[in-house]
Design a protein around this ligand. Sequence first.
Ligand code: PPE
Length: 304
Amino acid sequence: MLTESEKIWMDGKFVKWADAKVHVLTHTLHYGTGVFEGIRCYKTAKGSAIFRLKEHVDRLFDSCHIMNIKAPFSKQEITQAIIDTVKVNKLKECYIRPIVYVGYGAMGLYATSNPISVSIAAWPWGAYLGDEGIKNGIRVKVSSFARLHVNVSMTKSKTCGDYVNSTLAKNEAISCGYDEALILDTDGLVSEGTGQNIFIVRDGVLKTPPLPSVLEGITRRSIMEMAKKLKIAVLETDITRDEVYIADEAFFVGTAAEVTPIREVDNRTIGTGKPGPVTKKLQKLFFEIVKGEAKSYSKWLTKV
Ligand code: PPE
């Protein structure tokens, strides 16, 4: 169960957590037509701050644009509503979930006149893959499910329905005794986790799959910028599952997952089986940045 907070922003108004309900014939519930974001807010010495808020709001609107959904609020209004949702719930650290969804109206696949709604919830959410996972790394299984091909769905949008693919992969991995799934694209190349981008380190070079089959992760982009500043070579390139097996290090990144080391894939130990030096360096810097301790990255934080 998640940890409830007090209020949820729904179409411009705050409603009590328990009253944040929709009709059972809400279009998105049946067809997955909505789009959403996942954002984190962290406690810093100068109060709470939201990590890369602008980038998340921009991506939410890009997702709407891709899905041809017209959000009934401006970027400015949504940005303010996100900040207000953290404030009104008096949360110091939290995960924030805005969703733009197609409401009640027509049923059937063609429902372009249904009302579009927006809601924003926020709640405390600890380490997505566990404290132990963040510290010592997780065990991963290559999924038997392939990632959505760009002509099947559109990977630049965080579309609700796309997460059926992710839940299938995640449930399979966990039922097989692993912590997380690594999904290959339809060509058999490494794409991403169920809600994370992947990086590997080989011979000192940080590698990540190119964009076609993966979500343009904001943490992914941040890690690449951080690595460049740390003079770590970064390469967006095709990666095969066996290259992950023989990598010196591997880790997942995402808003929810933050920076989570991978210690094993398909029962093959990655590197030494412990978080490696590049992973640890980037993870440490990541947490310094989000907690407001790395001054040169303060532009990535929005004070609440
Ligand atoms: N790939 C996918 C498929 C994905 O869903 C996410 C975020 C990422 C990569 C990383 O993107 P970014 O958060 O911008 O660095 N997944 C969100 C949802 C997770 C969930 O369980 O819900 C998230 O991390 O918020």
